[in-house]
Design a protein around this ligand. Structure first.
Ligand code: ADP
Ligand code: ZN
Length: 207
């Protein structure tokens, strides 16, 4: 099954995509994680992407399109994959439709206050990209799964968050209509807590 998780930054795409990835035994493909890995590795692509990411802007379409096109050719994607954070623009969605078939698009929806709280309290493991929220960390500063340092992403600071939400509205929200018109959109309201929300995601997908 080839799936897309759509929704604003901080709505929980990564969290639910990871859980679903385990359940279905297909990979979660996060373009944000891939770009951050390139930055950490100091590749030319990473250095270029960093300028955009730190500002809260989108990296150029062709960069992420090429990345995803190559990634889904890998053997672990043979049974399907979950795209998390891609596509984010109409040109990305059009390009995607030319090289693969999508079965469903899960559109996660939450109030802006919920999203702001998720983002501003988010901490990320520097080493394995696991995400946490300060309300559940109880002061811990290390990753529970690998022991890596937890960091507050530069783009999770309040001014950049506001800019990312604006970028989402202008550039990504049109994809809701794009995929609704294609008959692929499944809307899920995620405001009840991770476990209950995940059940709603499964229900929407009839899993
Ligand atoms: P979030 O879901 O919290 O916004 P991501 O990790 O998905 O975070 O993305 C972080 C940043 O990486 C984005 O703000 C953007 O700069 C870049 N990025 C990730 N995916 C894409 C994409 N599909 N197109 C353009 N830029 C992207
Ligand atoms: Zn970790």
């Amino acid at each position: 099954m080839n799936l897309i998780f759509l929704g604003p930054p901080g709505v929980g795409k990564g969290t639910h995509a990871k859980q679903l990835s385990k359940l279905l035994d297909i990979p979660q493909i996060s373009t944000g994680d891939m770009l951050r890995a390139s930055i950490k590795a100091g590749t030319p692509l990473g250095m270029k992407a960093k300028e955009f990411i730190d500002k809260g802007a989108l990296v150029p379409d062709q960069v992420v399109i090429d990345m995803v096109k190559e990634r889904i050719k890998e053997v672990d994607c043979a049974k399907g994959f979950i795209l998390d954070g891609f596509p984010r623009t109409v040109p990305q969605a059009q390009a995607l439709s030319e090289f693969t078939k999508i079965d469903a698009v899960v559109d996660l929806v939450a109030r802006e206050s919920v999203i702001m709280a998720n983002l501003s309290g988010r901490r990320v493991c520097r080493d394995c990209a696991a995400t946490y929220h300060i309300r559940r960390l109880n002061g811990a500063t290390k990753c529970a799964s690998c022991g890596g340092d937890l960091i507050h992403r530069v783009d999770d600071q309040i001014d950049t968050i506001k800019h990312r939400l604006e970028v989402y509205r202008v550039q990504t929200e049109p994809l809701i209509t794009f995929y609704r018109d294609a008959g692929l959109l499944l809307e899920v309201v995620v405001e009840s807590g991770i476990d209950e929300d995940f059940l709603l995601v499964r229900k929407a997908l009839e899993l």
